[in-house]
Structures are given as structure tokens and as C-alpha cells.
Ligand binder design. Structure first.
Ligand SMILES: NC(=O)c1ccc[n+]([C@@H]2O[C@H](COP(=O)([O-])OP(=O)(O)OC[C@H]3O[C@@H](n4cnc5c(N)ncnc54)[C@H](OP(=O)(O)O)[C@@H]3O)[C@@H](O)[C@H]2O)c1
Length: 248
């Protein structure tokens, strides 16, 4: 038996990119996966017969969706990956709507899902991982409010951990901050914009980034994280092509 067999895992934002890699890896590790997104994704049949992927089409930012899916599936793992692709342009070329897009998606989604986790609450031993961004540490001058929104996801996750402890709930919350990768739709447009900004070709820009984070590495890293002892889990991790690194 795999260590994830029977641990229903909801992956929010799983149709493509990092979320797709994470959903695929959890199913491969034996978990029944509920893959949430607004458009359908295609998933390979898990070679491990215990795992499965059940796709649900829903807007994760809708206030009713989190509560409904948590009640229906009673997950032991929740991975919140979904986020909007930010408009890549300098500050003065943003409108308030483009600047605040990630607050209206990424922050809204994290708020609704973590609030519902605490209200329900999820069962003892449940694990919650929120995917933020390395931009939350370093800023991201071409993507408007993106870096601030990703930092707020990290704050919300910390607040949820604190509320869970105060209420005596055995639920662990942690944040994972991926480094930019051009191997997803979101990362590709960011890498293209920063290459132009630096006067570099995309190849030059990518070369200086070192080993790239792939959706497969994101998947295996999160399977490892969720499979580790809850007491050993840190509040936050950087995620690169080399895997997870605890944030100090
Ligand atoms: N790629 C990078 O370089 C990078 C770096 C740091 C952090 N991140 C973070 O990692 C996460 C995933 O990024 P990615 O690069 O994999 O992006 P992506 O390729 O654009 O995928 C985003 C996923 O989120 C889903 N999604 C977005 N809004 C949703 C909503 N309202 N309801 C349900 N699903 C929704 C999308 O599905 P639908 O469109 O079908 O709904 C898609 O499956 C994001 O939070 C991003 O900020 C990415």
C-alpha cells in the first residue's frame, strides 16, 4: 500500500501547469485525487492501481464551491495551486483592474478554501498546502499586484495555522513558493517579459535561471512534503528545480 492510498486529495487548479503535475503525482502515489479547474485537463491513467483522478469543473473563487467540495469529498489533503496569469507590464501601464487581478483570484481562492477548512473543520491529520510564489519574497515589478497577492496567500496560510492551533484542530498548513519556470503558461509569459525588459534573448534569460522547476518536480516534492511527519513541516518552503528548501 502507498502512504497516500485512501487519502483523498483535492488539488485546486489542476488542469495544467504545476497543479497538473501535482494532481498526477498524488494519483501516482496512490491517492484518490479530485482535480478542480474551470476548463478540463487531460490526465494519464495512474500506473498505481490505487490512485485515481476525478476532474471537477468549477470556479474555485466562487464562495460556495469550497464548502460544497469539502463536504462532498472529505479530503485529508488539500493543495491550493490555482492562480491568475498576471498581466506583464510596467506599473504605469497597469489599470487598477489588471493590477489587482491576482487579489481577485489567488487571494480570493485561498481565503475561501482555508476559511472553509477551518469552519468545517477537516478531519484530524489533514494537511493543507498553499502554492504562493518566490515573488512574495523578491517582488515582481512587471506583474502589478502579483507579488503582494502571493505574500498575502502566505499570511493567510499562517493565520489559518494559528486559528487551527487555537481551536485544538490537528490540521497542518504550509506555503510553498515556487521559483519562476517557463514550463507553464504563467511562467512562460513572465520569463518572456523579463527577458525583453533585460534586453536579453529568452535563451539567455533562461540560461541564468539554472535547473528549471518542472510540473513533475513540483508533484514529487509535494507528495514528499505531504508524506512527511506533520511535526516536521515548516511554515514555508522555496521550490526550485532542486526541490524544496525550508524558509528560515
Ligand atoms: N509558473 C511559474 O513560474 C510560477 C512561479 C511561482 C508561483 N507560481 C504559482 O503557481 C501556481 C500555478 O501556476 P502555473 O504556472 O501552473 O499556472 P497555469 O499554468 O496558468 O495554471 C493555472 C491553473 O489554475 C487553474 N485556475 C486558475 N483560476 C482558477 C479558478 N478560478 N478556479 C479553478 N481553477 C483555476 C487553471 O485552470 P482553469 O483555467 O482551467 O480554471 C490552471 O489549471 C499559481 O498560483 C502561480 O502563481 C507559478
Amino acid at each position: 500500500m502507498s502512504h497516500l492510498s485512501g487519502r483523498t486529495t483535492i488539488v485546486v487548479g489542476a488542469s495544467r501547469g504545476l497543479g497538473h503535475g501535482i494532481a498526477t503525482a498524488f494519483a501516482e502515489a496512490g491517492a484518490p485525487v479530485v482535480a478542480v479547474s474551470r476548463t478540463p485537463g487531460e490526465f494519464p491513467e495512474p500506473a498505481n492501481g490505487e490512485g485515481s483522478i476525478h476532474a471537477v469543473l468549477a470556479d474555485a473563487g466562487d464562495a460556495t464551491v469550497a464548502g460544497r467540495l469539502l463536504d462532498l469529498h472529505e479530503p485529508l489533503n488539500l493543495i491550493v495551486v490555482a492562480g491568475a496569469n498576471p498581466h506583464m507590464r510596467p506599473l504605469q501601464q497597469h489599470t487598477w483592474e489588471t493590477f489587482s487581478a491576482n487579489w481577485e483570484s489567488d487571494v480570493r481562492i485561498t481565503f475561501h478554501w482555508l476559511r472553509e477548512v477551518l469552519l468545517k473543520p477537516l478531519r484530524p491529520g489533514a494537511r493543507v498546502v498553499v502554492v504562493s510564489s518566490g515573488a512574495a519574497l523578491a517582488g515582481s515589478p512587471l506583474s502589478g499586484g502579483y507579488a503582494g497577492a502571493k505574500a498575502t496567500q502566505r499570511f493567510i496560510t499562517g493565520y489559518a495555522q494559528d486559528e487551527a492551533q487555537r481551536a485544538g484542530l490537528d490540521i497542518s498548513f504550509t506555503t510553498v513558493l515556487p521559483r519562476m519556470t517557463p514550463l507553464t503558461e504563467l511562467g512562460r509569459s513572465a520569463a518572456r517579459a523579463y527577458a525583453v525588459r533585460n534586453g536579453q534573448s529568452q535563451e539567455e534569460y533562461l540560461q541564468q535561471m539554472g535547473p528549471l522547476l518542472t510540473p513533475e518536480i513540483a508533484g514529487s516534492s509535494l507528495v514528499e512534503l505531504v508524506g512527511s511527519q506533520a511535526e516536521a513541516v515548516a511554515p514555508g518552503y522555496l521550490l526550485t528545480g532542486a526541490g524544496l528548501k525550508k524558509l528560515g
